[in-house]
Design a protein around this ligand. Structure first.
Ligand code: TXA
Ligand code: MG
Length: 358
C-alpha cells in the first residue's frame, strides 16, 4: 500500500476521518508522540494496528476521545477523581484507566475489564476523532520496541507502506508518552510517568500510589498493571549504557572507554566535555522539558547502524524528569553505571581519542 502524507487542512482532516471510518490506519499527531490510529470500536481495524507495529496482542490500546463527555460512552463507574482530572488536564498528556463498557471490543482492551482513555491536546487530531464519529484507538506510531515517533518523518521511517496515511502536525511538544493513572482502585495509581507529573497528580488527588513499573525493572513474568510496561522498549539497535554521577566523573568514565562505534548522548551543558567524541545533546539539563522533547529523536538519530554503543546521561529529580528517566532506563534495559562524584585526580589525562568520523 502507498502511505499518503496528509496535512492539517480541513480537506485532509476529512480524508483522515474517512480512512478511519472505513477501517484503515492513520498516524495522528498528538502533543506527546505520534499515534497509530484506527476505529477503536472496530476489531478488524484494530487488528491491523497490531500487525503494522508488530505489537504483542496482550498489550491493550489507548482510546482517544475529542471531549471528556465521551468518557460516559466507553467507561462505567466513573469516580469524581476522573472528572476532576479531566477538567484540570484535558485536553492533555494524561490517560485514565477506568472500567470499560461492552461497546469497546476486546481487541482494543486486550480482554481486560478496563480501558485506557485520553483526550489529546492537538486540535487537528481531536477534529479527526470528531469527524470520524468514533473514538480512535492508537498506540505510539513506532515499530514495537523502537523509540516512539515525535515527527511525521519518524513515522514514515517505521510505517511507510504499512499504513494508509500520516497526518503531519509537526514535531510533538512533550516528546514522551502520556502519564497513565489507574482509577479503578481505592487510591489512584501511577502506571506510567509522562507530561503530567507525579507531583501534580498527588497535589490534585491527595494520594497517589507509584506503581513499581515506574521506577524499577519489570521481568517478563511479573504481573504488571499496564501490560506494555513489561516489554523492552524505546531501544535503538545500539546498546545503551546510562552513566550516572557528577558531570566530571561521568565524562572521565566515558572518555576513558570511548571506542570507534561508540556515541555519547548528553545534556547540552556537557557538550564541551566530550570534544572529539561527536556528542549528541538531547536537551538542556537546566530545562527539563527540552530533555523529554528531544530524547526519542536523539535515540533515533543514533540508530543509524554505525553506532554500536551509546553512553547516555540521564536527568535526576522529579517533575518531567521522572518520565524522561523512565524511558531512558528502559531503552538501556536498566543498564546503569555509577561513575561516582569524585573529581579527577590532579594531572590525570582524560583525552578523548578523536573518532570524529562516527
Ligand atoms: O501519549 C500516549 O499515550 C501515546 C499517544 C499516541 O496517545 N500513546 C501511547 O500508546 O503511548 P502505547 O500503546 O504506546 O502505550 C499505552 C500503554 C501500554 O503500556 C499499555 O499496556 C497501557 O497503556 N494500557 C492500555 N490500556 C490499559 C489498561 N486498560 N490498563 C492498564 N494499562 C493499559
Ligand atoms: Mg508505545
Amino acid at each position: 500500500m502507498t502511505t499518503q502524507l496528509l496535512t492539517t487542512t480541513e480537506h485532509d482532516l476529512n480524508a483522515a476521518a474517512a480512512i478511519i471510518r472505513s477501517g484503515g490506519l492513520v498516524a495522528i499527531p498528538t502533543e506527546t508522540v505520534y499515534g497509530l490510529g484506527a476505529d477503536g470500536l472496530n476489531p478488524e481495524a484494530v487488528k491491523k494496528i497490531f500487525l503494522a507495529k508488530g505489537r504483542p496482542q496482550d498489550n491493550p490500546l489507548i482510546l482517544h476521545i475529542h471531549d471528556a463527555v465521551q468518557l460516559r460512552d466507553f467507561c462505567r463507574d466513573i469516580p469524581d477523581s476522573a472528572w476532576l482530572l479531566a477538567k484540570t488536564y484535558w485536553p492533555g498528556p494524561l490517560t485514565m484507566v477506568l472500567p470499560v463498557r461492552d461497546v469497546v471490543p476486546k481487541t482494543t482492551t486486550a480482554g481486560l475489564d478496563t480501558v485506557a482513555v485520553r483526550c489529546p491536546d492537538n486540535a487537528a487530531t481531536r477534529e479527526i476523532i470528531r469527524l470520524a464519529g468514533v473514538p480512535i484507538a492508537a498506540p505510539s506510531a513506532n515499530t514495537s520496541g523502537k523509540p516512539s515517533t515525535t515527527t511525521a518523518q519518524h513515522v514514515l521511517h517505521d510505517m511507510d507502506g504499512k499504513i494508509d496515511a500520516i497526518v503531519d502536525g509537526g514535531p510533538c511538544r512533550v516528546g514522551v508518552e502520556s502519564t497513565i493513572v489507574d482509577l479503578t482502585g481505592p487510591v489512584p495509581r501511577l502506571l506510567r510517568p509522562g507530561g503530567i507529573t507525579p507531583e501534580e497528580l498527588e497535589a490534585l488527588l491527595g494520594g497517589l500510589i507509584i506503581d513499581k513499573a515506574v521506577t524499577g525493572e519489570i521481568s517478563n513474568d511479573t504481573v504488571v498493571r499496564a501490560p506494555g510496561m513489561k516489554y523492552k522498549h524505546y531501544a535503538p539497535a545500539a546498546e545503551v549504557l546510562i552513566i550516572d554521577g557528577s558531570r566530571e566523573a561521568a565524562a572521565r568514565y566515558i572518555r576513558q572507554r570511548f571506542q570507534p562505534g561508540d556515541a555519547v548522548l548528553c545534556f547540552s551543558e556537557e557538550l564541551d566535555l566530550y570534544a572529539g567524541c561527536s556528542p549528541t545533546a538531547y536537551g538542556a539539563e537546566a530545562e527539563p522539558s527540552t530533555l523529554s522533547a528531544g530524547l526519542f529523536a536523539a535515540l533515533r538519530k543514533l540508530d543509524d547502524g554505525s553506532v554500536k554503543r551509546i553512553f547516555a546521561r540521564c536527568p535526576t529529580g522529579g517533575g518531567i524528569n521522572v518520565a524522561t528517566r523512565n524511558r531512558l532506563r528502559k531503552s538501556a534495559g536498566f543498564h546503569i553505571i555509577d561513575a561516582g562524584a569524585s573529581e579527577a585526580p590532579a594531572g590525570t589525562s582524560i583525552a578523548c581519542p578523536n573518532h570524529s568520523e562516527i
